[in-house]
Design a protein around this ligand. Structure first.
Ligand SMILES: CC(C)(COP(=O)(O)OP(=O)(O)OC[C@H]1O[C@@H](n2cnc3c(N)ncnc32)[C@H](O)[C@@H]1OP(=O)(O)O)[C@@H](O)C(=O)NCCC(=O)NCCS
Length: 176
């Protein structure tokens, strides 16, 4: 079953959200309007919560998880993703916080406590180390991910367009 409860808490979303039949979402996960979850995504909101905003897409094979609360870390690390975010194929998002209009390139890894501000482009295969802050308006690439350059206007526009494209694609999947 795609949508599973953990400790009697199940993922919540309305009927504008597309979730592929092969994805698995467990526990305390909230998804905003018109977001989409593509084949083989695994999201586990068990030891902390996962919150995903509106018009955000999480593409094939990506993994979403969180870190539990502890004495040393009373809030743990939830996973928070904002609006109009594109998470490319096979990304690993763990206990981090993403703002709005971000593109996470294919295969990127973002670790606990990292914060990605609004309007950031993360190159394919990048590794964002724990607790790093990625500054608004920049391209980051590499392992470890480093600030490469300011985003061009066309790239800034693409951040939003990518989200629009995936909203449209997910409408087609919902309607078929
Ligand atoms: C980073 C990216 C945006 C290209 O940026 P760019 O500045 O136009 O880069 P260029 O293609 O001009 O390459 C510049 C240099 O960076 C290198 N480079 C490109 N992408 C890179 C990446 N992801 N990680 C590390 N280095 C990268 C290139 O090899 C090149 O190196 P060189 O100068 O030694 O030849 C692009 O390669 C990328 O990673 N896009 C992500 C796409 C994606 O995953 N989309 C989501 C799926 S739908």
């Amino acid at each position: 079953m795609t949508i599973r409860s953990y400790r009697n808490i199940s993922p919540t979303f309305d009927n504008s959200v597309y979730i592929d039949d092969s994805a698995v979402l467990v526990g305390d996960i909230e998804l905003g309007e018109q977001s989409s979850i593509w084949p083989l995504v695994a999201g586990r909101g068990d030891v902390n919560v996962i919150r995903i905003g509106r018009r955000t897409n999480v593409q094939d094979g990506s993994v979403l998880h969180v870190t539990r609360k502890s004495r040393q870390n009373p809030t743990g690390f939830p996973l928070i993703i904002g609006d109009d975010v594109t998470v490319g194929h096979k990304c690993m998002l763990h206990g981090c916080e993403l703002g709005n209009r971000i593109l996470v390139g294919m295969g990127a890894i973002i670790m606990d406590g990292a914060v990605v501000q609004d309007d950031v482009f993360i190159g394919a295969g990048s590794l964002v180390a724990p607790n790093k802050i990625l500054e608004s308006g920049f391209l980051y690439v590499g392992n470890p991910a480093l600030k490469k350059r300011r985003l061009k206007d066309s790239e800034m526009a693409f951040l939003k367009q990518s989200a629009v494209n995936y909203v449209e694609l997910s409408r087609e999947y919902l309607e078929q």
